[in-house]
Design a protein around this ligand. Sequence first.
Ligand SMILES: Cc1cc2nc3c(=O)[nH]c(=O)nc-3n(C[C@H](O)[C@H](O)[C@H](O)COP(=O)(O)OP(=O)(O)OC[C@H]3O[C@@H](n4cnc5c(N)ncnc54)[C@H](O)[C@@H]3O)c2cc1C
Ligand code: FES
Ligand code: FES
Length: 482
Amino acid sequence: MIEFLVNHTPVEIDDVAPNTSALDWLRTKSGLTGSKEGCASGDCGACTVIVGASTGDGVRYQSMNACLLMLGNLHGKHLITVDALSDMSATTVEQLHPVQRAMVECHGSQCGFCTPGFIMSMFGLYLNYREYPGRATVIEQLGGNLCRCTGYRPILEACQHMYEFPRVADPFTEAADQFFQRPLNPEPCLTHNGQQFFLPQSLPDLLALKDQYPQAKLLAGGTDLALEFTQQLRDYDTLISVIEVAELQHIRDDETGLTLGAAATYADLVPTLCARYPEAKEMFHRLGSAQIRNAGTLGGSLGNASPIGDPAPLLMALDAQLILANAHGERSVPVGEFFLAYRKTVLADNEVIVAVRIPPRPPSLTLACYKISKRMEDDISAVLLAIAFEQVDGVMRNVKTGFGGMAATPAAAQDLETFLDGKPFTEAVMEQAGDVLVHAFNPMTDVRASRDYRLTTCRNLLQRFWLEQSEQTITRVSHAAL
Ligand SMILES: Cc1cc2nc3c(=O)[nH]c(=O)nc-3n(C[C@H](O)[C@H](O)[C@H](O)COP(=O)(O)OP(=O)(O)OC[C@H]3O[C@@H](n4cnc5c(N)ncnc54)[C@H](O)[C@@H]3O)c2cc1C
Ligand code: FES
Ligand code: FES
């Protein structure tokens, strides 16, 4: 049985198909049909809900895509939907929640299909910021919500206008306080027609389950896996969620380097990672949307083994190791050796990714990470280049690279690394490096980019790297300036 709070009402569920999304459950079982299904793939934001999780001394509320959120992952959480923001009997605009009232008064809605999702992203802002946080933060938080008829200006205005009304008390506090104090089922699971969903709370329990059910599919945030359910209509008899495993949540920065638990979300790990590697900030800022970063994990990205996953090339350039474990022990694998072929990895059936370890940052490290995609927000990379080296006695040493979108797996350009090693970092060397790089890969042409575009872009990115590092020119447009 799983237990969670929906708006003001606690619910207990035990018999539901493991691949049921929160959106399906809301719309078909609970009667709460305010959240809309636009794309069922995390792209439109029409299904946005707020999920609250206990932090020990409070509750943290984050926006998520209900179409990607597996119902079982809601155990112990507070799900807030658009249906409950204001009293259904409201008859005047003044009786609406300030978020809704601002949207009406700023004319932020026309066909209205996107509106419930925008309202919930705005409600997330309202809960997390007591004052207008500024345009850049608003754009960041609304980057996962698409509107195809109103245009974004009135919606952005509404995000400011909602702070001009007297602040209303959070209508869910009392129900949440009561819910988060009650003891929960310590062995949450779902069963349905022989199918099972497990939500182990500790690493030994997770590993024991994976040993017992080696064919079970692991689930973390669901931002990749849910697409198999909604787009390919796939089914798994057994799902094991790693999202509650305490040992997989660790985020540590000490003298041994950085340890990032496989089930820590981007929202949780990016502040620590980017405090040490600010060069990666823009890439993570542009990974998916706020909803995706609130749910998606590093373990999920690596486990998915997509050739266009953004974190893997960066982790390769940082010489990271993956900690893999099964019930019988642990092993460590360099990220570059984890990927075998298209969506194939060295992970055995009974293994899980436990953590990513990044060695301490060398004092003379030069690092850059470039993501090229068609849109700034919420778009998959056509090409990603990460490069790092140390300056030793005027030459480059320990050159490490990682590329996304250039091969069937995230890959290093070993010829480029060998070429650069021991050479001075000069314009002439980086020009020649471009020649080496275009022969290192034979990328495919697909909907995101042609082969030639990918090769030319990579070469240009090396030149950009040189221009930025030699401080000849500014090549980036800052988000805040947009
Ligand atoms: C709209 C949208 C935009 C996106 N944008 C980007 C983007 O810009 N850049 C990018 O890189 N990605 C993007 N993604 C992809 C996705 O969000 C990331 O890959 C994310 O990190 C997946 O993590 P998750 O926790 O949701 O994984 P899940 O979907 O839960 O799992 C993904 C896979 O990993 C496996 N897995 C999960 N945890 C483990 C573990 N601990 N050990 C072993 N295997 C495991 C699962 O079995 C599954 O096969 C996007 C996705 C969507 C839907
Ligand atoms: S329905 Fe489009 S993001 Fe969920
Ligand atoms: S109001 Fe029609 S899609 Fe936004």
